[in-house]
Design a protein around this ligand. Structure first.
Ligand code: GDP
Length: 318
C-alpha cells in the first residue's frame, strides 16, 4: 500500500479517524509506516509533550482525565498515549475508570490511544514516539504519555516528554521504591496523590528529604511536590500550573531546545537499533544464526570469536 494523499490531508486536519488509522499503520511497522512519518514530519514539533508515570494504581489515569478537562477549558486539544493500562502490573483498570476515560475520549478535542507493552521487541518507546508525532502533526496542543513506572522502556517514554511528572501515593515506602525504580531521576516534579489518605504529610516530608540529599546540577529548577486528591479534582489546577511554570523555565533558559535535541538523538538511536534488531531477528537472520550454530560443539573456540563471525556476516547484509 502507498500512503494515500487523502489520509495525510485528513490527518493534518485533525480528523480523528485518520489519526487512528495512521497510528495503526505505524504500529504495523511495515514500509508504509516510515514513509508516512517522513511525509508528515514537517508538521511535527508544535505539541507540548507531558509524561506521567508512577507506580500502578497511583492515580495516573485519574490525573490525566482531570488534566484533560483543564486543558479543554483553556480551549486546547489533547492527545493521550496510554501505554498498557490493562497490563497485569497495573492490576487492570477498574471498569468505572475505563468508562470515564472512554467518555472523555468522545470529546472532539481529545484523542486517546492505548498501546500494549506485550509482544513488542523493545520497540515500545519508538512506537509511542511515532504515535506522538502523528498526533503532533494533526495539530493537538498537548500530548500526554501515561506509562506505568516499571521497566526501562516505560521510563524512556516518560522521559521523552518536555515535562515529566512522577505520581506517588502516601503508602509506606513508596518514595523509596520510586528511588529504586529510577523514577527520582526523571521527575521534573512530583505529585503526591491520594492526599485524602493518612500519612500524606509524612510522605511529602520524607520525599523532600530524599530530594534535598540529591545533588541537582541545574540550579534554576528544583523538582517540587504537588499535593493532590485527583479523585476529588483537588490539586489538578496546581499540576497544570506547574506544567506551565516548567514549560516557561525550559523556554527561558534554552533548555527546551536542548531537551528536544537530546530526544531527537535518542529517537535516531532507537530507530537504528530497531532496524538492526529486525534484520538480526528476521526469520532469515535467525536461520543464519542457527545454521552457524548447528554444527558447533563445545570446543576451544571462544563464543566471542563465533559471535564476531556471525556479526561480520550480519554487517554484509546492511
Ligand atoms: P493508575 O493505575 O495510576 O492509572 O491509577 P488510577 O487513576 O486508575 O487510580 C487507581 C484507583 O485509585 C482508582 O480507583 C481511582 O479512583 C483511585 N484514586 C485516584 N486518585 C485518588 C485519590 O486522590 N484518592 C483516593 N482515595 N483514590 C484515588
Amino acid at each position: 500500500m502507498i500512503i494515500s494523499e487523502s489520509l495525510v490531508e485528513k490527518l493534518l486536519q485533525k480528523d480523528k479517524r485518520s489519526v487512528a488509522r495512521s497510528i495503526s499503520i505505524i504500529e504495523s511497522e511495515n514500509s508504509d509506516s516510515s514513509e508516512l512519518l517522513k511525509v508528515i514530519y514537517h508538521k511535527v514539533g508544535n505539541a507540548y509533550r507531558i509524561g506521567i508515570t508512577g507506580p500502578p494504581g497511583a492515580g495516573k489515569s485519574t490525573i490525566t482525565n482531570q488534566l484533560i478537562k483543564v486543558f479543554l477549558n483553556e480551549n486546547k486539544t489533547v492527545g493521550v498515549i496510554a501505554v498498557d493500562p490493562t497490563s497485569p502490573y497495573t492490576g487492570g483498570a477498574l471498569l468505572g475508570d475505563r468508562v470515564r476515560m472512554n467518555e472523555i475520549g468522545l470529546n472532539p478535542g481529545v484523542f486517546i490511544r492505548s498501546m500494549a507493552t506485550r509482544g513488542s521487541l523493545g520497540g515500545l518507546s519508538k512506537t509511542a514516539n511515532d504515535a506522538a508525532d502523528i498526533i503532533d502533526a494533526a495539530g493537538y496542543d498537548y500530548i500526554i504519555f501515561e506509562t506505568v513506572g516499571v521497566g526501562q522502556s516505560e521510563l524512556d517514554i516518560a522521559q521523552a516528554a518536555d515535562s515529566t511528572i512522577v505520581v506517588l501515593v502516601p503508602e509506606s515506602g513508596d518514595s523509596v521504591q520510586a528511588m529504586k525504580a529510577g523514577l527520582m531521576e526523571i521527575a521534573d516534579f512530583f505529585v503526591m496523590n491520594k492526599s485524602d489518605r493518612p500519612g500524606s504529610e509524612q510522605a511529602i516530608t520524607s520525599l523532600k528529604t530524599i530530594l534535598m540529599m540529591k545533588n541537582y546540577e541545574d540550579k534554576l529548577w528544583f523538582p517540587t511536590i504537588i499535593k493532590a486528591t485527583a479523585v476529588d479534582n483537588k490539586g489538578v489546577e496546581d499540576i497544570a500550573n506547574e506544567i506551565a511554570r516548567h514549560r516557561k523555565y525550559l523556554l527561558d533558559t534554552g533548555n527546551f531546545q536542548k531537551r528536544r535535541e537530546n530526544h531527537f538523538h535518542m529517537r535516531i538511536k532507537e530507530i537504528v537499533e530497531d532496524r538492526i534488531k529486525k534484520i538480526l531477528w528476521s526469520s532469515e537472520g535467525q536461520r543464519k544464526i542457527h545454521s552457524s550454530l548447528d554444527s558447533l560443539k563445545i570446543s576451544d573456540i571462544s563464543p566471542y570469536k563465533i559471535a564476531d563471525e556471525i556479526l561480520d556476516n550480519f554487517k554484509k547484509q546492511l
